[in-house]
Design a protein around this ligand. Structure first.
Ligand code: ZN
Length: 79
């Protein structure tokens, strides 16, 4: 556990941003809410792009192809 220098909340050692006050441990300052909102929008955009990329692709087919690639890698073959 470590203590947030901004609001003195106790957070986990791996926590990058304080959940209480949005203090960013790597930046050493509080991240303003507009930046968080922007990051959230970017995240939603990425998810949307992924959904579009996978549209019409059978999930099973994708998994089977992935397994095939790994099987070939294990055997040392080129794929
Ligand atoms: Zn804090």
């Amino acid at each position: 556990m470590k203590e947030c220098p901004n609001c003195h909340e106790l957070v986990g050692d791996s926590v990058k941003v304080c959940f209480n006050c949005h203090y960013d441990f790597s930046l050493g300052r509080v991240v303003d809410s507009s930046r968080i909102a922007e990051e959230r929008r970017n995240e939603e955009l990425r998810i949307q792009q992924l959904k579009e990329a996978f549209q019409g692709v059978s999930i099973n087919a994708t998994i089977n192809q992935t397994i095939l690639i790994f099987e070939r890698r294990i055997k040392g073959e080129k794929y």
